[in-house]
Design a protein around this ligand. Structure first.
Ligand SMILES: Cc1cc2nc3c(=O)[nH]c(=O)nc-3n(C[C@H](O)[C@H](O)[C@H](O)COP(=O)(O)OP(=O)(O)OC[C@H]3O[C@@H](n4cnc5c(N)ncnc54)[C@H](O)[C@@H]3O)c2cc1C
Length: 423
């Protein structure tokens, strides 16, 4: 069995026994394809509802984005309240916001219920990289408060930024106590352990090579197959390999993280006094937080070509030192990358094809909302699709350009926005 992809998270993962490879023919009520947050949450919720569930993971549990991300629990969707109101009107926007915001309590509830040791911390600070971004945040918070009762968030003035983060580059920000941060791989492994206890049979090293969407659904691997009444496709950036219609809806963007050597307690407190996760308002954003052992875990820079930078640590260090000049030369002990699945409009893409439910394209906002998506899918399978439909009816469109031009055209668009960060 492959080890986890090397990262700070893999180096500090809680023990989790390797799961068997699928061999032979099996049957279940539900087959889940993909062992990230989405698939694990769907499997756990469905098993709790009485379904017999098998989960097939191509590599290891948490192998994809779920085991490699920044661990930032960012409330809501990529579209803010004002944008949602503009597109959907107040009533619809309110329902979407309330649903998306419920993901924070759901994740915290799971962590508590299953005693998942994943270094949960509270607070997410959105730092304004430009003065006008702070004005946008004020408008956004007004809009949010007009729509829903939301006492958890407040504006931080430029003068008070240092209570949250010791960087000279910000003009204020917005703190949201519905957010926070966690060790993502340990959260995924904790969900997997809970799922197994609830009766889910998990198989690792069991890549699904073909799926038949008929009734029943059949998912085939190199050594076996699972016949089931329902399927959940939870492969995020690899969805296109199983289902080309879904592959056209997202694009994978490589994103990189580093973990420094542990800082002293005093250094760590001075750097991020609030202990909150921080993400800034640039298009190619910097996002960072302190780990439980006082490392700075920093993500920054995107790469639109498939080949990773020769020196991932050096690539991210440039961004880190721009945000924290006082950390110039800080030792970096872990560097890793992963693929972020983005949709054209940055809203997630959920739905069903026959008896196969799918959910992907979290557009960098997946740590919280994926657990919710799993819950919504399990509800829909039990015949209550009202909340599932709210997300499934979000607008979406394929990336333009067809298989050959899709990537270059989208990259051009993103480079334009990345350039605007520098103006
Ligand atoms: C570097 C990075 C940083 C990020 N930072 C943040 C952050 O700080 N906050 C935030 O909210 N979001 C962040 N994200 C996004 C977030 O991690 C994802 O949105 C989320 O983890 C997606 O979960 P998932 O379960 O849908 O997909 P994944 O976690 O990617 O899981 C999909 C799984 O399916 C498996 N699979 C694929 N194909 C097959 C197949 N054919 N058969 C069987 N299994 C298959 C894969 O091996 C994988 O384990 C980040 C992403 C990356 C890459």
């Amino acid at each position: 069995m492959l080890p986890h992809a090397p990262s700070y998270y893999a180096a500090t993962a809680n023990p989790f026994p390797a799961q068997p490879v699928l061999a032979g023919d099996e049957a279940a009520d539900l087959v889940v394809i993909g062992g990230g947050f989405t698939g694990l949450s769907a499997a756990l919720h469905a098993a709790e509802a009485g379904f017999s569930v098998m989960l097939l993971e191509a590599e290891r549990i948490g192998w994809g984005a779920s085991g490699r991300n920044g661990g930032q629990m960012i409330p809501g969707l990529r579209w803010g309240a004002c944008e949602l109101v503009r597109h959907f009107g107040e009533d619809h926007a309110r329902r979407l916001i309330l649903l998306a915001n419920s993901a924070g309590d759901l994740v915290r509830g799971r962590i508590k219920q299953h005693a998942i040791a994943c270094d949960l911390r509270h607070g997410h600070f959105h730092a304004a990289a430009k003065r006008e971004h702070l004005d946008d945040m004020k408008r956004e918070l007004d809009c949010l408060r007009r729509l829903v009762d939301y006492p958890l968030s407040s504006i931080v003035s430029a003068g008070d930024v240092r209570d949250f983060v010791a960087s000279p580059i910000y003009h204020g920000g917005m703190i949201d106590m519905n957010g926070g941060h966690l060790h993502p791989l340990n959260y995924a492994l904790g969900l997997a352990e809970a799922a197994i206890k609830a009766g889910v049979r998990i198989f690792e090293g069991s890549r699904v090579t073909a799926i038949d969407h008929g009734s029943p659904v059949v998912a085939r691997t190199a050594k076996g197959k699972v016949t089931a009444r329902y399927a959940v496709l939870a492969c995020d950036t690899a969805m296109g390999e199983l289902e080309p219609r879904l592959g056209r809806m997202t694009m994978g963007i490589a994103n990189y993280n580093v973990a420094t050597a542990p800082l002293s307690e005093a250094q760590a407190r001075a750097l991020i006094p609030s202990g909150a996760a921080v993400a800034d308002s640039k298009f190619v954003l910097n996002y960072y937080r302190l780990s439980a052992d006082n490392r700075l875990i920093f993500g920054g820079g995107e790469k639109y070509t498939p080949r990773p930078p020769a020196d991932v640590a050096g690539f991210v260090r440039r961004y880190l030192e721009r945000v924290f000049p006082q950390l110039k030369g800080v030792p970096i002990e872990h560097a890793w990358g992963g693929m972020v699945g983005v949709t054209f409009n940055r809203l997630p893409h959920m739905g069903r094809i026959g008896n196969a439910f799918y959910a992907h394209g979290w557009s960098g906002h997946g740590v919280l909302v994926t657990t919710l998506a799993g819950q919504l899918i399990a509800e829909a399978m039990q015949g209550t699709a009202e909340r599932f439909d709210l997300f499934a009816q979000l607008p979406g469109r394929p990336f333009p350009g067809g298989p050959l031009l899709r990537h270059p055209l989208s990259v051009l668009g993103m480079l334009y926005y990345a350039l605007r960060d520098r103006l």
